[in-house]
Design a protein around this ligand. Structure first.
Ligand SMILES: Nc1ncnc2c1ncn2[C@@H]1O[C@H](COP(=O)(O)OP(=O)(O)OP(=O)(O)O)[C@@H](O)[C@H]1O
Ligand SMILES: [Mg+2]
Length: 253
């Protein structure tokens, strides 16, 4: 991977939803490869929208979004799936399949990727080991606590060894101790080279980490209480509005 290329580059990005709501306004932001950054801001500030643009669940209405040097804002069809294979995603609601074992849940992204069967066992167990849940591989999600289930979600997000991991309120349903545990796991992923971007409004928890904070207010980036001056890129790319929302290819319950 080319270190000089930022992992994420938003270039004068706007996102206006069909109802006219402008969720992101002229966002220009680089996240370097290997960074660990928090995305903060009040409810409605645009945090989830920013992450959805990265996952191609939503598209910018204007501006460009580059991931690892590739403009992903206009990708279509199989290329969307290929992009998502480079991306680990963690949500507040871990969306585990309740009728499948923990092993099966974590192996899902590998099966979608056509990973050879002999590789699958090795990778799933390594991912479960990283989140301290190896002994639960044959359990069902219902047999695990909320915190453990969230850790299964983390294992599933990293089992494909993605260079970029995005998490939307990954500790939203957890008590302070479990929240810290989940954040520490995310931090460890960064320590082995994954770029990690976490949306959270849990300031107390964020304060425990020495990390970059990207703060949004009303869809604009704020630094020291002021909107960040946004350089206008020469090669601005206008993107056609999308016809309809594309959902994840992976069946998620
Ligand atoms: N699908 C949608 N259609 C229309 N408007 C939307 C849609 N999703 C989000 N919005 C609006 O866009 C703005 C940003 O929403 P977003 O979900 O990105 O905020 P957030 O920072 O993640 O908030 P929270 O902390 O509550 O999760 C809000 O005003 C919201 O009402
Ligand atoms: Mg949100």
């Amino acid at each position: 991977m080319n270190k000089a290329v930022p992992m994420i580059r938003f270039q004068n990005c706007f996102k206006r939803y069909a109802n006219g709501r402008e969720a992101l306004s002229n966002l220009t932001l680089d996240v370097e490869a290997g960074e660990f950054a928090f995305l903060t801001g009040h409810s409605g500030a645009g945090k989830s929208t920013l992450l959805k643009l990265l996952a191609l669940i939503e598209r910018p209405t204007r501006g460009a979004l580059l991931v690892n040097g590739q403009n992903v804002s206009t990708l279509k069809g199989e290329k969307i799936a290929a992009h998502r294979r480079q991306l680990g995603m963690v949500f507040q609601d871990h969306k585990l399949l309740s009728d499948r074992s923990i092993f099966d849940n974590v192996s899902l992204p590998l099966i979608v990727n056509n990973t050879p069967t002999r590789e699958i066992g090795k990778r799933v167990r390594a991912a479960l080991d990283q989140v301290g849940l190896l002994k639960y591989e044959q359990s069902r999600p219902v047999e695990l606590s909320t915190g453990e289930q969230q850790r299964v979600g983390l294992a599933r997000a990293v089992v494909t060894k993605p260079p970029l991991l995005i998490a939307d309120e990954p500790t939203g349903n957890l008590d302070p101790d479990l929240s810290l545990e989940v954040m520490n796991i995310l931090r460890r992923f960064q320590e082995v080279g994954v770029t990690v971007l976490i949306a959270s409004h849990n300031i107390q928890l964020i304060n425990r980490f020495k990390a970059r904070r990207i703060h949004l207010e009303g869809g604009r980036m704020i630094e020291n209480g002021e909107p960040v001056a946004t350089p206008v890129f020469n090669a601005e790319i206008d993107v056609e509005p999308r016809e309809k929302t594309v959902y994840l290819d992976v069946p998620l319950e």
